[in-house]
Ligand binder design. Structure first.
Ligand code: PMP
Length: 461
């Protein structure tokens, strides 16, 4: 049992000494004291199924024994040298990591976070192309640091000081909320919009591509430095682009002489089930890949992997990041890869993800307030609406009520999207089919309790 500071004392410290934040929290914030694989425990010993993994970060499970074992051994060897010297963990990990990527992506820069990784990728692209203009999509989240927050295109995460000089946002190809629709063309097992009659080559995708062309023509002088994209948008609410959209976007950027950057902070390391990297699900090959979060199961770490030529562009002056590539983080990351490759983690994402999304699709068909179900592998989203016809977002207080109730029944899921109306399911990649069934059961109960209080929203399509 937990013997530390009481809940009330911890809340007092939070109010006095922790930076205030608007990041969504339960009505009564959770005090978490222990984690083991897919489970979390609070100060009173209540157990929760963690279907959000610390925002997609605990990739192979809380305190996974292989990872903990590796870290404990390394703790007694060496912690830190600041990359001035060779250390076995960093060099061995660089070799191991690049062996999972296409042949041309050979050179690693290590960082301590995803924001740092994207900052560095912007700098590399600008240095390599000698161009300044960078493009990302509206609704993207690429970080909160002064550079990367410019890529992030959610007003909710931005302050009104200047950020993002030379960064342009193209219209988001969101098949559910975007102006041109296109749901049938997503790479998902279940499709929400049965009105879109096309099969693969999506007209909506073409229109979003036109928008990208317009950004290039109207806002970018000469060639662009880079396009940044998440293979599936994470913070934005598990938004999947129409099929073939990203491939054509990459072709366009390459034609204009720019680089393509795949932000794999959420989608990498097998989470999508079919491939190790999200970009592979689109059939594209990026010039730079950025990663963080799940790379080290919650230990602070990030990476940028690129080609020899692009990396070379950064050798004109000195570049150093004190903690990046430290032996502890690299050991943890290395063990995480061992687990992913040795325990068929990708197979699990596919199998359990399929069971989950099929269960979620039944909720979508049962309830008028479940607008859309989407995603791939263990990266799934459930967009909640006032009704299917209007697709207007379910309000913040309504979302909070359902979210609180799920937590009270022992289920932790995330929330996302610009209006916070998408539940996000991105658990540690060790959950079981029983966990998937529990998740659907709790969601059904909480959504149904909510809907039954409001007859006009009661049931079905
Ligand atoms: N890219 C993506 C896709 C992310 O989801 C995030 C974090 N939510 C980041 C970058 C930034 O990572 P960090 O918080 O480690 O800086």
């Amino acid at each position: 049992p937990y013997k530390g500071r009481s809940y009330e004392e911890t809340m007092k410290i939070k109010r006095s000494n922790i930076a205030p934040t608007k990041v969504p929290a339960y009505s009564k914030p959770l005090l978490l004291t222990q984690g083991k694989m897919q489970w979390l425990w609070d100060d009173e010993g209540r157990r929760y199924l963690d279907m959000f993994a610390g925002i997609v970060t605990v990739s192979v499970g809380h305190c996974h024994p292989t990872v903990v074992g590796g870290l404990k051994e390394q703790l007694d060897e060496i912690w830190h040298t600041t990359n001035l010297y060779l250390t076995p963990p960093m060099h061995e990990y660089a070799e191991k990591l690049t062996s999972t990527l296409p042949d041309h992506l050979k050179v690693c820069f290590f960082t301590n976070s995803g924001s740092e990784a994207n900052d560095l990728a912007i700098a590399l692209a600008r240095q390599y192309t000698s161009s300044f203009d960078v493009i990302s999509f509206r609704n993207a989240y690429h970080g909160g640091s002064p550079y990367s927050v410019g890529l992030t295109a959610h007003g909710t995460w931005k302050h009104s000081y200047p950020n993002g000089f030379g960064i342009h946002h193209s219209m988001n190809p969101d098949p559910y909320q975007g102006v041109w629709g296109g749901s049938k063309c997503r790479d998902s097992l279940v499709q929400a919009d049965r009105q879109c009659g096309c099969d693969g080559e999506c007209e909506a995708g073409e229109r979003y591509l036109e928008q990208l062309k317009e950004v290039l023509d109207y806002s970018v002088g000469g060639r662009p430095a880079a396009l940044f994209a998440e293979p599936v948008q994470g913070v934005g609410g598990v938004v999947q682009f129409p099929k073939k959209f990203l491939k054509k976007a990459y072709e366009l950027i390459h034609e204009r002489g720019g680089l393509c950057v795949s932000d794999e902070v959420q989608t990498g390391f097998g989470r999508l089930g079919s491939h190790m990297w999200g970009f592979e699900t689109h059939g594209v090959t990026p010039d730079i890949v950025t990663m963080a979060k799940g790379i080290a199961n919650g230990f602070p770490m990030g990476a940028v992997v690129t080609t020899k030529e692009i990396a070379q562009a950064f050798t004109g002056t000195l570049h150093l990041n004190t903690f990046a590539g430290n032996p502890l983080a690299c050991t943890v990351a290395s063990k995480v890869l061992d687990v992913i490759q040795g325990e068929d983690t990708m197979g699990l994402c596919r199998r359990v993800g399929e069971r989950l999304i099929r269960g979620l699709a039944t909720l979508r068909d049962e309830f008028n307030i479940v607008g859309d179900v989407r995603g791939k592998g263990l990266m799934l989203g459930v967009e909640m609406v006032q009704d299917k016809g209007s697709r207007a977002p379910l309000s913040g207080p309504d979302m909070l009520e359902i979210w609180d109730n799920m937590k009270n029944m022992g289920l932790i899921v995330g929330k996302g999207g610009l209006r916070g109306n998408t539940f996000r399911l991105k658990p540690p990649m060790c959950i079981t089919e029983e966990d998937a069934d529990f998740t659907i059961g709790v969601m059904r109960k909480c959504i149904s309790d909510f809907a039954n209080k409001q007859p006009q929203r009661k049931v079905t399509i």
